[in-house]
Write a protein that binds this ligand. Structure first.
Ligand code: NAD
Ligand code: MG
Length: 378
């Protein structure tokens, strides 16, 4: 089990559930970071007494300082602050629960200090997965996935043999709030419809990604990077109940699956206790009442983002960071009700076609690709 954590994005959905697990396990917290929610951050700081608290902007950091004048702690802001929180010497584990590409530099910084990463921030692996994984190997930093599908695969592979024994990974997908809807019906959906996920309560950006199935596309790339597998060995299967969190099929035909109630605290806790397992506050799975488990193929026509993500995964290079950056911007526009549901696909697709492609990008080229992708959308 880890001895002290730093939580990047502590006011978000994964961040708050990480703090539930911190309470449950009694692990000290060295650093907390948040975007703009000053009041909530002040409460967390009073409860957990981190040495360092970081806000996204200077303004928010000043507002936090004003609320916490009586506490002996450092308050920082911006990307530099996030990197400082990721490298803080007291923590041996960093939970990356910020949303978006902003997670990349701090994740790399923590890896270079050899810390264990509890990786929720999938955008990091989508944009720069090859670099992140090779740095983790070089600095002997463990990356334990928090994303439920990838944690499931991680668990199916615990104690497994050689990589060549894996035939394929089967990522399960709930299908999101629009499962079964036609293209016509989907053209008119609004942000409020998309924010109603059937099984999980999550941050706004990932909830929209679940509605477009871009989330599953990002997860295909995340799985390829984490488990160093080609695209052909990563399949997606619709499983509406979100009870099987993902599966691994081996060359002899055996299929291992991880089941559990849909509760992110299980994978979050495992990232902190691995290689041990301990009791969690999550509801145990009741196989009698969870209903029949069903499976079907995703509708690639109604949800074109999944095929787009697979095409970008196949192209490699800057295609993935461009797709990701454009998607972040397009989702932000959809969340402001400024564009329609299929405009997300249209804008991301346009950015992928228009931003110049580089096959083996450096970190700077990845960051530049991300910048150009965002420009192409706005
Ligand atoms: P969220 O929106 O609920 O929380 C995001 C956190 O990041 C908040 O604390 C926010 O203040 C902070 N943040 C946002 N922008 C920032 C910025 N520019 N600088 C610094 N901090 C910033 O998101 P979430 O649902 O908790 O998701 C977090 C990450 O975990 C995402 O990458 C998501 O894909 C991944 N994930 C989430 C879930 C889930 O169940 N919520 C499941 C799997 C993976
Ligand atoms: Mg997931």
């Amino acid at each position: 089990m880890v001895s002290c954590v730093s939580i990047l994005g502590s006011t978000g959905s994964i961040g708050r559930q990480s703090l539930d697990i911190v309470d449950h396990l009694g692990i000290p917290v060295a650093a907390l970071t948040a975007g703009s929610r000053v009041e909530q951050m002040a409460q967390q700081c009073r409860k957990y007494r981190p040495k360092l608290a970081v806000m996204a902007t200077q303004e928010a950091a000043e507002a936090l300082s004003a609320l916490l004048q009586d506490l002996d702690m450092r308050i920082a802001w911006g990307e530099e602050g996030l990197v400082e929180a990721a490298q803080i010497p007291e923590a041996d584990c960093v939970i990356t629960a910020v949303v978006g590409m902003v997670g990349l530099k701090p994740t790399l910084a923590a890896i270079r200090k050899g810390k264990r990463i509890g990786l929720a921030n999938k955008e990091t692996l989508v944009c720069a997965g090859e670099l992140v994984m090779s740095e983790a190997l070089k600095y002997n930093a463990q990356i334990i996935p928090v994303d439920s599908e990838h944690s499931a695969i991680f668990q199916c592979l615990m104690g497994a043999g050689e990589k060549r024994e894996i035939k394929r990974i089967i990522l399960t997908c709930s299908g999101g709030p629009f499962y079964g809807k036609s293209k016509d019906a989907l053209s008119a959906v609004k942000k409020a419809d998309a924010l109603k996920h059937p099984n999980w309560s999550m941050g706004a950006k990932i909830t929209i990604d679940c509605a477009t199935l871009m989330n599953k596309g990002l997860e295909v790339i995340e799985a390829m990077r984490l488990y160093q597998l080609p695209l052909e060995q990563v399949d997606v299967l619709i499983h509406r109940q979100s009870i099987i969190h993902s599966m691994v099929e081996f060359v002899d035909g055996a299929v291992m699956a991880q089941l559990g109630s849909p509760d992110m605290r299980l994978p979050i806790q495992l990232a902190m206790t691995y290689p041990q397992r301990m009791g969690t506050p999550a509801e145990p799975l009741d196989l009698i009442s969870c209903g029949p488990l069903t499976f079907s193929q995703p509708d690639m026509d109604a949800f074109p983002c999944l095929a787009l993500a697979r095409a970008c995964a196949k192209a490699g290079g800057t295609a993935c960071p461009v797709m990701n950056g454009a998607n972040e911007e397009a989702v932000a526009l959809f969340l402001k009700d400024e564009i329609g549901f299929y405009d997300i696909y249209r804008l991301v697709s346009k950015a992928v076609d228009s931003v110049p492609f580089i096959q083996d990008p450096t970190l700077d080229q990845i960051l530049e690709a991300d910048r150009l992708a965002r420009l192409a959308v706005n």
